[in-house]
Design a binder for this molecule. Sequence first.
Ligand SMILES: [Zn+2]
Length: 309
Amino acid sequence: MTAADVAKPDLLTCCRAFAGLPVGVVRPRRPDQQFLASLADNGLPTAATTVEVITLPQRPRAVPTPAIAEGVWRPGRTANALNAFVIRHPRATFLVDPGVCVDVIDRAVAELPWLLRVAVTPRRDVIAIREALELANIDAAGIDFALPTHLHWDHVAGLLDLDGLPVHLHRPEHTWAMSGPIAPQGGVRSAIRNRPVNLYDLDGPPILTFPRSLDLFGDRSVILVDLPGHTPASIGILAQTSSGPILLAGDAVWGRIQLERFRQKASYPGLLADADRDAAWETLHRLVAIRQRITIVPSHDHGRHEPLT
Ligand SMILES: [Zn+2]
C-alpha cells in the first residue's frame, strides 16, 4: 500500500466553522419535526442476560459549552473527557473505545491540523488506557477484544499500547479508515494494523429508531446499532444492564446537552470533526426520539463516570 495523505480541513471549511459560531447563536439548526414524527419505534427485545458496564477513570477538562452544542451558552462550561468503557458479559470482557496511549499528545494529537488541535488536545495528565485499567482493578490480560464506536484517534489510540488485542470493526468503517487515499488523522491506521481484525455488518433487524442492528452474543444483551454522520459508519452499543438499557453513543453527540436542547454540534469544531453533518443531524433525531426510554451516554460527556451497572 502506498503512503496515504492524512485528512486535513480545507480553508473554506475552516472559515465556515468559525462563521457558523455566531450564526448558530442567532439561528441554530431547527429540528425537522416531520422527520421526528415519522420515526417508527421498533422496540427493544428482552435480553436473556445482563452485562456490567464500567466507565474507566479519566481526568476531565472544562470546555466551553458553545463548542459542544450549537448556540448553547448556559452552563458556560461542560466537563469533557476521553472516556473508555469495559463491558463484562458472561462470555467475554471487552473494551469499548479503548482510550488513549501513553504520550498521546506526541504520538497522535501532533498529527492533527492545528485548528483541531486547539480544540481537542487533552490534559497533559490524561490517563492512558493501561493505567485506567489498573486504576479500575481490571487485568488488561483479561480483555478479550476492543470494540470502537468509530475510528478516530481519541477512540483507538489506546490500542497502540495493547499489542495484539483483537479489534471488532464495522466493515464500512474499516474500509473508510483503512483503504481510502485519505487516512483519518492521529495515527488511526497504525493503531489498527498488525492485530487481528474481526469485521462485522449490521445485518440484523431495526431496533428502537435505528434501521439496522447486530446482536453481538445472540442473547440481546449487547446490540450494536448504526449512528452514522460523525464518521461514515459510526455505531452505538446498546447494553442491557441490571438497571436498564444504556446506549454508549460514541461521538454521535458530544454531550447530553445536545439531546436535551436538540442542538447539533457547534460548527467549530463540529464541522472539522463530523464527516457528514446532515447524516449526523438525522442520527441526532433518532437519539432524541428515544432519550426518555434509555440512558444515552456520549463518549466525551463526563457527567456519568461512575460504574454503569
Ligand atoms: Zn471522540
